[in-house]
Ligand binder design. Structure first.
Ligand SMILES: Cc1ncc(COP(=O)(O)O)c(C=O)c1O
Length: 369
């Protein structure tokens, strides 16, 4: 029997899930705003990546290489990794989603830290997975606090290192301590989307743990330092049995020919990436000292964004600052809407950063907030 009043319902109440909010990109009355809301690279990709992207135009009628061979080969060579442990995805978020769906289900727990990548709960909730959050120490991941939250229902721990919204990171030693104390049947995923920005010897993205153990995965992206966010391409380094699982559940052509070609050229242009990292580091230094001088607190991170905090500054709020920045054609990303005390702002090019410094300095010295 059919009824006109019936309609199909999703398997659980998905209306309870807040959809992902993309960083704003349009401003009324501003033709070309300075978009600093999504941690994209203002420098764009390597010219070699653009050339490689164009080189596939005559083959667009063909399916891409489902085995992703050229890109996996380039990643393996540059990072000195086992090619058979590499898999590429439509952004690293696709791979995180596949991993969550493959390794956790109804009544299982996914353990994240307080400031996590927002797509993780969005992927987990429709599966009936419970999200557990481990507190951080002033935006820094705390290994003991994660270990305290592990229960017999925990199937997976995901940490972002460096971690938005500050770009603060934990050392390879700390990650090892975390791994040492996790039961072997819990999958530890290290989301290293901003790894290329870190130049410190104590940082370790975690590839060695993947080679040594059966329960560690590292995810990486071409959306950030490589400047290829629009092509949607990321990758993961996984133990063989995890690769085997992901190969069974991914779509056969999840990465386009244009993305595969551009990313392979991008990863081989090591000098270009080094130059972007150096520019980013010196921009962060200048931004941090200028905004601190203006009376703001900048949480010291290393990635291509920073957290500007207005906490404790009388009469100043994140929403007030965002409004002022937007009036100058600049789009930041508000965080912590309940406390209204911080903005996450992407590091831009020199002119963009100067515009932010000028606007925030004006906002801070402005008497009426
Ligand atoms: C911490 C973190 N992980 C993963 C991603 C996903 O990146 P993509 O899907 O573009 O590879 C992002 C994107 O902003 C991120 O901030």
């Amino acid at each position: 029997m059919t009824s006109k009043h019936k309609r199909p319902l999703p398997k659980r109440d998905l209306s309870l899930i807040d959809p992902y909010q993309q960083g704003k990109s349009v401003l009324e009355n501003t033709v070309k705003p300075i978009k600093l809301s999504s941690n994209e690279s203002s420098y764009g990709p390597s010219p070699r990546a653009i050339e490689a992207y164009r080189s596939v135009e005559n083959a667009l009628f063909r399916y891409p290489d489902g085995a992703q061979h050229e890109l996996r080969q380039a990643i393996a060579e540059i990072h000195n990794l086992d090619i058979d442990k590499i898999i590429c995805g439509c952004g690293s978020d696709e791979l995180l989603g596949l991993l969550i769906r493959a390794y956790a289900g109804e009544a299982d727990e996914l353990l994240l830290t307080e400031n996590h990548f927002i797509m993780c709960p969005i992927y987990a909730r429709p599966q009936g997975i419970t999200i557990v959050l481990a507190p951080e120490d002033n935006y820094r991941i705390n290994v003991d606090s994660i270990l305290r939250m592990v229960s017999d229902k925990t199937r997976m721990v995901i940490i972002a290192n460096p971690n938005p919204p500050t770009g603060v990171w934990i050392t390879g030693r700390e990650i090892k301590q975390l791994h040492d104390k996790l039961p072997g049947d819990i999958l530890l995923i290290i989301d290293a989307a901003y790894a290329e920005y870190v130049a410190d010897d104590d940082y370790d993205a975690g590839f060695g743990l993947v080679d040594e153990f059966e329960n560690v995965v590292v995810t990486r992206t071409f959306s950030k330092i490589y400047g290829l966010a629009g092509l949607r391409i990321g990758w993961a380094y996984c133990p063989d049995h995890v690769i085997d699982t992901l190969q069974r559940v991914r779509s056969p052509f999840n990465t386009t020919s244009a993305a595969l070609a551009a990313a392979a050229a991008a990863v081989r242009d090591v000098e270009y990436i080094k130059s972007i990292r150096e520019k980013n580091t010196s921009s962060l230094k200048k931004i941090s000292s200028s905004l601190t001088a203006a009376g703001l607190r900048v949480v010291p991170g290393v990635a291509n964004f920073y957290l500007a905090s207005f906490a404790g500054v009388e009469g100043k709020t994140a929403s007030g600052a965002a409004k002022y920045l937007e009036s100058k054609g600049i789009i930041p990303r508000p965080v912590n809407s309940s406390t209204d005390d911080a903005l996450r702002i992407t590091v831009g090019n020199d002119a963009e950063n100067d515009a932010v410094i000028t606007a925030l300095t004006e906002y801070m010295s402005n008497r009426d907030g």
